[in-house]
Each structure stands twice: as structure tokens, then as C-alpha cells.
Write a protein that binds this ligand. Structure first.
Ligand code: IVH
Length: 668
């Protein structure tokens, strides 16, 4: 291939990849398979490697390309990034309108209302359609240049399309945020890796945008909504609504929930509706931003030094409350992680009574300086678990001492240890009964060995009486032993023993997940089971070989190898095998796989079959079941009393099946 031919092909590939990025990340309606997309990307990477002089900043291969930096360059905003005036009640909206009428007598007003995203404000600068700079809001006048980080966000276009691509200097503003489901998954992964978690999606997003290394930002699931074009009137737009349309056409992601209304009463109704539905949005919104639609009106209204006069933020009711910390208790997880939990004076927060709130780890407690007796402000954002925002130091009782993290396990008295560079203290006693209880609970849980009737109380009793010293001991239990436990009838004892017996056949993937190996959850367990086929083979595989499995990587490989290197764990495996637990992958009857490559999300209750049974039906036929709806989901199966996933499906245009349609599909 000549250089000229390569240049032409590179240009073509970039254009196509940008186009597919747009369809996928902005419009949520991909036109090509992931495999086809990967093929285009691979071809481009190879061509750029062969002709390095063709690499350009705006190539899709360069999303994760910046080098780590120590300091961010300051960026002076040409137009200040102002705050917003607040409205907390519908009357405030009426007053807002009255003010507008006083300033613009005799004009007919219209409004655009859209969710106020609880994220991080940023400004993107496009020069003739190419992303030239991305900056944080900072103090509103001067922000920080975080271009390499913002470039890693896949819904931030590197090149614009259409008319806006012709503009010499186009500044658009928006909010970077982390979707709730992704936030939860990130925290889970961080926790499993022993790293500090984030209190809420906003902190996680802000931390990611201000990462020194763009490669780290790239691994954080960020997204963006754009909501402003600076000097839009000079570009010939007459209304904000038209500007939004043009932004969308340029490939800039705008909020699909934006609405235009002429009457302020309709705006107020929109605010009420959105507040009711805020949990179903999939991201944190703390209110509604109401903007005067006509740009000429905006110009005439102008701004104070603090906020534009043409916009107002209707704030949703705070989901915050203050209460008192009565005690700090430390719990032990299945891998020995010690988690401090604050016991609160019960307080109602957004319809739920809160009694406990996790304090996460030692550093969190120290950072917030949380002490027993303190009055704290707690918050519950969306379906996210409550957390301590801050201590109300003015109310601190005299003599409240700084909290000292225990250096011994509060459950077994064993030595606790905090490894260098990790956020968590761990109980180092492998015989710690509290850890064993957690391991048993996890072992029997639905996604693991699925042992029905192995409830909290039985687990306590089995461990406390010494009947069970490791998970393999479950398989030696007899009905009489269980029956002899307090408040256990013959029937329930028999049920439990039967459930334990049945669990022997769950197969390798579930067993691996059930063992509670650090960093081995359902997904990794499946990868390992598929690749190696038996527990013995995994135990005999070196760390290096494990790391070569696609999707495993060094850290997980290290953890798996460490688990199997431990003599007690090897003994455990021998015992499980001796006691009839299947340690091999089930021979998947290579039946027809009509659902291969299809992903499903289940929501609500099905009448003919349990969720587990539905999952099995799908998996047997080659499909996958996921917990959250994304653009990649093929079907959402909707049972009775479904949750917010239906809204997600509707928003993303994912096909929905009722139970009948679902059964037809899987059995056809
Ligand atoms: S409009 C001049 N729209 O809220 C344009 N702001 O409290 C004014 N925000 O600094 C901003 N969602 O970071 C606008 N849909 C939205 C927004 C939004 C979140 C943030 C923005 C602003 C802050 C003010």
C-alpha cells in the first residue's frame, strides 16, 4: 500500500468509526456488530502503526493517548461559567416568571426544562469541528485543562458533524457524570480489590475527570450531557430549543428528557413529574434547570455576577437528614475485610428509616473525622446507599474522642492488618468464625451454590455449635444434627439437607464463585470454568498462564494463584470432591444455541417460572443475562411489577418482551 492509499483509507476508517461511535454512544442505535466495529478499529490501528506520520490527535485510536501529568494547566473561561439561582417550590417558579415579565414587559415567553445533572460542569472547545480543549468549571472564571481525560469519554465526539463543524471556535458546556449502575459496579470492583470506594457517583466522576493519568480515567465509566452553547445567538440560533437540535445533529449528546413549554404551570408539572421519576433516570439529578427559550430574551435579561437571569434551578427535595452516631461497629466480610458501620439514631430519609450507614474504611473516618456522639449530615441519592456527607462539628459533644480503628478483629480477637497501599484492615485469622459465617452465607447464596433454607440463623448456629468449620462440612451434615439445633423442626432440617445435597451438582462456575476467592465473581468464574474445565486444572495452572486468559489479567491471576497455593484451600477442595461436590464444568450438551450473542435483562416477577429458571433457559441456549439495561441489551423481559429498567429500556430503545413473548422466543 502506498502512503497516499494508506492516507485515504485511514481517513475513511476514521470517518466510519466516528460515525459508529456517534450511533452507539449518542443515539443508542448501533448499526454494526461489536465484531465489525472492532475490525474497523484494528485495521486503523495497524495502518497507523505502519504509517506513524498519519496518526492525528483526533483519530479514534487516540482517545486514551495522553501522558500522565502532575499539574493541570489553568484555563481562563472567555465567558464565565456561572451558578444558577434556585427555586425550591412551585411558587418560586411563578415568581421567576413575574420577574421575567417585569424585565421584558409584553413579551411572550417559552421555556425549556431539563434535568439538572449532579455531576461535574465542563466546557468543551471545538475548533472547526475538532475537539481542541476540555476544561473543568473550576471557580467559574478559571478552570483546569483536562483535555486528555475528557477525550476518553466515548460520548464526547472528537470531531463534530454538520453545520456546527464549520464554526471556527465553538464552546459547548455540559455535565460529566457516572451512571448509577456503573457507579455501583465500580465500587464493588474497588471494594473487592481492597481499594477505597466512592461515596456517590458525583465524587467518582469528579475524581475520574481530575485523574493525573488519562488511562485511569478511560477505565472509569463516564458519560456526558451537553446543555449549552456559548454565544449561540451569534451563530444564528434563535432559541435554545433549536440549539439543542443542532447540538444533537452535530453529535453532541443532549438530554432526551428536555421539554419545551410555553406556560410556567406546565414547567411546574414537568418538575413534579421528574421529581417523581428521578430514581428511574439511571443517573443522579438534583433538580430541573428551567431556561428561557428565546436567545434574544436571554441576551436582554443578561446575568448578575452570580447567575444568568434567564435560568433557574428547581431543586428537588433534599434527601439529606441529620442524626446522631450512637456507636461505631466493625463488621467482618468473607475475605476478612473489616468494615466500620455507624449505628445511628433512626432517622427517616426519603421514605426509608436509616439505622446504619457504612463508614467504609479507616481513611474515610479520618478524612471526615467521624466520632461517636457526633451529629452527622447523611444523604441518600437515588437508589444509592446512604452515606455521611459531613460531621456537624458545632454539635460535637465535649470530650468526643477521635475514632481509633481496632488493630484486632472485633469478632474473634485475631490480629488485624492493613497491607501497605490498601484501604482496608483485614482479620488475618483464617479460622475467624465471623469470616466463616460470611463465607457460608456467600457459598449458599442464589448466584453461587443456591442453597435454599441456608438462612442467616442456621449459619450462625452451624458455626457457633462448631458443626461447620469450613464450607465442605456442609456436605457431612445429617438431618438429626440440624434438627437438634434450636428452633429447627424435622421438616425444615430435612429441607435444608436436601437443598445442600442438590447443590452438589451446580457445576464448576458456580462453585468457583461460591468459594469467595478475592476478585473472582460470577464473570471471572465463568471464564475460568470455560477455559480450564475443572478445579484441579485451575489449581495446577501457574499465575502466568492464568493471566493469559482473555479477561483475567495479572491482578486476578495473582489472587487465584494465591488462593490455590494455600494448603488449607487445597485441603478444602479435596474435601469438597470427596463429599461428592462436582468440581468440573457441566458438559454443556452442545444443543442448539439460538440465543448466542444475545443479552437479556429480567425485571419484575414472571408467573410460570422463577428468575433463576428464566436465566438458565437463556444461558442454555447461548444467551447472557445482565443486571442493567444498556445500549447493548437485546431484550428486556418484563414481568409483573417491573422496576425502573422498563424506563431504561424505553429510553435506550431496547426491545421489551412480556412473559408470553419471552417463552415463545426461548422455546421456538
Ligand atoms: S445550564 C449558562 N443545565 O448546575 C448555563 N446547568 O448550579 C448555565 N448543571 O454550573 C448552566 N445540569 O454545572 C445547566 N441541564 C443543565 C445542568 C446544569 C447541571 C450544573 C452546571 C451549573 C450548575 C449550577
Amino acid at each position: 500500500m502506498t502512503r497516499a492509499e494508506a492516507a485515504q483509507r485511514v481517513a475513511e476508517l476514521r470517518e466510519r468509526i466516528h460515525h459508529h461511535d456517534y450511533l452507539y454512544y449518542v443515539e443508542a442505535r448501533p448499526e454494526v456488530s461489536d465484531a465489525e466495529y472492532d475490525r474497523l478499529m484494528r485495521e486503523l490501528v495497524e495502518l497507523e502503526a505502519a504509517f506513524p506520520e498519519l496518526v492525528a490527535d483526533d483519530s479514534p485510536t487516540q482517545r486514551v493517548a495522553g501522558t500522565p501529568t502532575d499539574v493541570f494547566r489553568p484555563v481562563a473561561h472567555q465567558v464565565a461559567m456561572l451558578s444558577l439561582d434556585n427555586a425550591t417550590a412551585p411558587e418560586d417558579l411563578l415568581e421567576f416568571e413575574a420577574r421575567l415579565h417585569r424585565a421584558l414587559p409584553g413579551t411572550r415567553l417559552a421555556y425549556v426544562a431539563e434535568p439538572k445533572i449532579d455531576g461535574l460542569g465542563v466546557a468543551l472547545l471545538y475548533e472547526r469541528g475538532r475537539l481542541a480543549r476540555g476544561a473543568t468549571r473550576g471557580d467559574g472564571r478559571v478552570g483546569e485543562d483536562v483535555t486528555p481525560n475528557l477525550r476518553t469519554i466515548r460520548s464526547v465526539p472528537m470531531v463534530l458533524r454538520g453545520a456546527l463543524a464549520e464554526v471556527d471556535q465553538l464552546e459547548v458546556r455540559g455535565e460529566v457524570y457516572m451512571p448509577r449502575a456503573e457507579f455501583a459496579a465500580l465500587n464493588k470492583a474497588l471494594e473487592e480489590a481492597g481499594e477505597a470506594t466512592f461515596a456517590n457517583p458525583r465524587n467518582a466522576a469528579a475524581g475520574a475527570v481530575r485523574q493525573k493519568d488519562p488511562a485511569v480515567t478511560a477505565r472509569r465509566p463516564l458519560d456526558i450531557f451537553l446543555y449549552h452553547v456559548s454565544r449561540a445567538d451569534a451563530l444564528g440560533f434563535e432559541t435554545y430549543w433549536d440549539t439543542l437540535t443542532a447540538m444533537r445533529a452535530a453529535g453532541l449528546r443532549t438530554n432526551p428528557r428536555a421539554e419545551r413549554h410555553a406556560a410556567i404551570a406546565d414547567v411546574a408539572r414537568y418538575c413534579e413529574r421528574l421529581e417523581r421519576e428521578r430514581d428511574a433516570l439511571g443517573y443522579d439529578a438534583d433538580g430541573v434547570v428551567v431556561k428561557v427559550d428565546a436567545l434574544d430574551h436571554q441576551r436582554r435579561l443578561g446575568s448578575t455576577t452570580h447567575h444568568p437571569r434567564w435560568a433557574i434551578a428547581f431543586k428537588f427535595a433534599a434527601r439529606q437528614a441529620t442524626t446522631v452516631i450512637e456507636a461505631i461497629e466493625v463488621g467482618v466480610g468473607k475475605t476478612g475485610i473489616l468494615t466500620p458501620v455507624a449505628k445511628l439514631q433512626p432517622v427517616e430519609l426519603a421514605g426509608v428509616v436509616i439505622r446504619n450507614v457504612s463508614l467504609h474504611n479507616e481513611d474515610e473516618i479520618r478524612k471526615k473525622d467521624v466520632r461517636v456522639g457526633d451529629t452527622v449530615l447523611i444523604e441518600r441519592a437515588g437508589d444509592v446507599i446512604p452515606y455521611v456527607v459531613q460531621v456537624v462539628t458545632a454539635k460535637r459533644p465535649a470530650g468526643a474522642a477521635a475514632y481509633a480503628f481496632p488493630t484486632r478483629c472485633p469478632k474473634c480477637g485475631g490480629v488485624a492488618f492493613r497491607p501497605e497501599g490498601e484501604a482496608y484492615w483485614r482479620c488475618m485469622n483464617s479460622a475467624c468464625p465471623a469470616q466463616l459465617k460470611e463465607r457460608l452465607r456467600h457459598f449458599g447464596s442464589r448466584r453461587a451454590m443456591d442453597i435454599e433454607h441456608l438462612g442467616e440463623r442456621v449459619v450462625e448456629q452451624l458455626v457457633d455449635t462448631g458443626l461447620v468449620k469450613d464450607v465442605a462440612d456442609l456436605y457431612t451434615l445429617g438431618v438429626e444434627q440440624v434438627e437438634a439445633l434450636e428452633r429447627q423442626g424435622e421438616k425444615s432440617a430435612a429441607n435444608l439437607i436436601q437443598a445442600i445435597a442438590d447443590s452438589r451438582e451446580r457445576g464448576l462456575a458456580r462453585l468457583l464463585n461460591a468459594l469467595g476467592i478475592r476478585l473472582v465473581g460470577e464473570r471471572v468464574a465463568q471464564l475460568l470454568a470455560k477455559r480450564f474445565g475443572s478445579l484441579e486444572r485451575i489449581a495446577a495452572t501457574s499465575e502466568t498462564e492464568l493471566a493469559e486468559v482473555h479477561g483475567i489479567g495479572e491482578t486476578i491471576a495473582r489472587s487465584v494463584a494465591a488462593f490455590f497455593a494455600e494448603p488449607t484451600n487445597r485441603e478444602l477442595i479435596t474435601k469438597l470432591k470427596e463429599r461428592g461436590v462436582v468440581t468440573e464444568a457441566p458438559l454443556t450438551a452442545a444443543g442448539p444455541q439460538p440465543l448466542a450473542g444475545k443479552t437479556f435483562v429480567l425485571t419484575g416477577t414472571l408467573t410460570a417460572l422463577s428468575r433463576e429458571a428464566a436465566r438458565e433457559l437463556i444461558e442454555q441456549r447461548g444467551g447472557q443475562v445482565k443486571n442493567t439495561v444498556s445500549k447493548k441489551t437485546d431484550y428486556v423481559v418484563v414481568g409483573e411489577a417491573p422496576g425502573g429498567k422498563v424506563d431504561d429500556a424505553r429510553r435506550l430503545g431496547v426491545a421489551m418482551l412480556d412473559e408470553k413473548q419471552f417463552l415463545e422466543l426461548v422455546t421456538s
